[in-house]
Design a binder for this molecule. Structure first.
Ligand code: NAD
Length: 357
């Protein structure tokens, strides 16, 4: 197996803590990475993934936990960044016992880490985790939780898109604007409703034919085949399916003036492709900023759920996105960098605020 120097990895991006959890009776092998808790407890979902080796799992959990720190900080939440991964094939390993054992490890961290659902974990799994710890969010409404966060994510993404359109076109009006959405899942579907209500001309693609058929009929969206979405003559491209779609090949094809979507980690290489978009005159709304509605929703659950407040906070994504475009233009840095700097600045300010008794 590949040699992993854990302390070097921890210090590279200044992670606070990494916790390895093992239990033979349930087969649990989990890693919890806590990146930064200056602003509050580290909140981040638990992903189950069949990693090819442990180094890959460590790398993923460290990268994802750092992303959560920035997402919480830029959204003005009093939360730090953390994430957990459970190693294995979800279809084979996931049991009530495994999830509850994981919950006990979360409980042992005394609230420094708050978990939630992520790839291959569901609300039902979080119910099991909740049987062992109160440090879990993303619970169903019937249990006092906020339910599915996707509608709030979609609303925040819509707000970020409008701000990007305002920056690129001088008005945030989407009526008559051509918008291409890639991936019509839980977030993409809700986003389409906002776009339709505002009178946008909508183009969609997905690998699921049923979904395409449904939305072409119900909202009159025009269906596009696979990679054709990148080269469409549209105003806005909204990636809402996969990460790393903003690579050199795809950016070269883009004809739009705005990229604003919900998918995580859209830039294949943050600096190379962040700069490439600027050079092409494309306004890119940073993904971790405009898709933060889901985190905003679960944060509300942590402090006492109120759906209206969650939406009001998600609406604020509009103002922050505009600020990012202004910072990017005046400091001549790409928007992802501008967003990271804004998040780091808030953390550093609060660090000083809390330096005295
Ligand atoms: P989802 O699984 O419900 O939907 C994803 C959709 O993308 C599916 O319809 C799928 O068929 C489609 N898809 C997959 N591969 C594709 C491809 N190659 N081309 C076109 N379509 C493809 O997921 P979701 O919850 O809607 O999340 C979408 C994205 O937003 C993900 O990247 C997710 O990490 C991110 N995100 C979601 C939330 C949330 O609240 N759900 C919050 C933050 C970020």
């Amino acid at each position: 197996m590949q040699n992993v120097d854990i302390f070097t990895q921890l210090s590279t991006h200044d992670h606070e803590q990494i916790v390895f959890c093992q239990d033979q009776s349930t087969g649990l092998k989990a890693i919890i990475a806590i990146h930064n808790t200056v602003l509050g407890p580290g909140l981040g979902g638990t992903r189950i993934w069949n990693y090819t080796n442990e180094a890959e799992a460590i790398n993923d959990v460290m990268r994802l936990s750092r992303g959560m720190t920035y997402k919480a900080a830029i959204s003005g939440l009093n939360l730090g960044g953390a994430k957990a991964v459970i190693i294995g094939d979800a279809n084979k390993i996931k049991t009530e016992g495994l999830m509850r054992k994981f919950g006990r490890f979360v409980e042992n961290l005394n609230g420094k880490y708050i978990t939630a659902e992520d790839v291959n974990t569901t609300t039902k799994d979080m119910e099991y985790v909740h049987m062992e710890t109160s440090h879990v969010v993303g619970l169903p409404e019937s249990m006092g939780g906020g339910g599915d966060p996707s509608p709030v994510t979609a609303y925040g993404t819509y707000m970020g898109m409008k701000a990007a359109v305002k920056f690129a076109f001088g008005s945030d009006d989407l009526s008559g604007k051509k918008v291409a959405v890639q991936g019509i899942g839980k977030v993409g579907g809700h986003l389409l409703e906002h776009l339709k209500n505002e009178g946008a001309e909508i183009y969609i693609t997905d690998i699921n034919e049923e979904v395409l058929k449904h939305y072409s009929t119900s909202i009159g969206a025009k269906v596009v085949k696979g990679d054709e979405i990148y080269g469409l003559d549209v105003d806005v491209f909204a990636p809402c399916a996969l990460g790393a779609v903003l690579n050199t090949e795809n950016i070269n094809k883009l004809k739009c003036k705005v990229v604003a979507g919900a998918a995580n980690n859209q830039l294949a290489d943050e600096n190379v492709h962040g700069n490439m978009l600027i050079e092409k005159g494309i306004a890119y709304a940073p993904d971790f900023l405009i898709n933060a509605g889901g985190l905003i929703n679960v944060y509300q659950e942590h402090i006492g759920y109120n759906r209206e407040t969650a939406y009001r906070k998600a609406q604020h994504i509009y103002d922050v996105t505009l600020e990012i475009f202004k910072k990017s233009a005046s400091e001549k840095i790409h928007t992802q960098r501008a967003a990271i700097e804004m998040a780091e600045s808030r953390i550093n300010t609060i660090l000083k605020v809390r330096s005295t008794f």
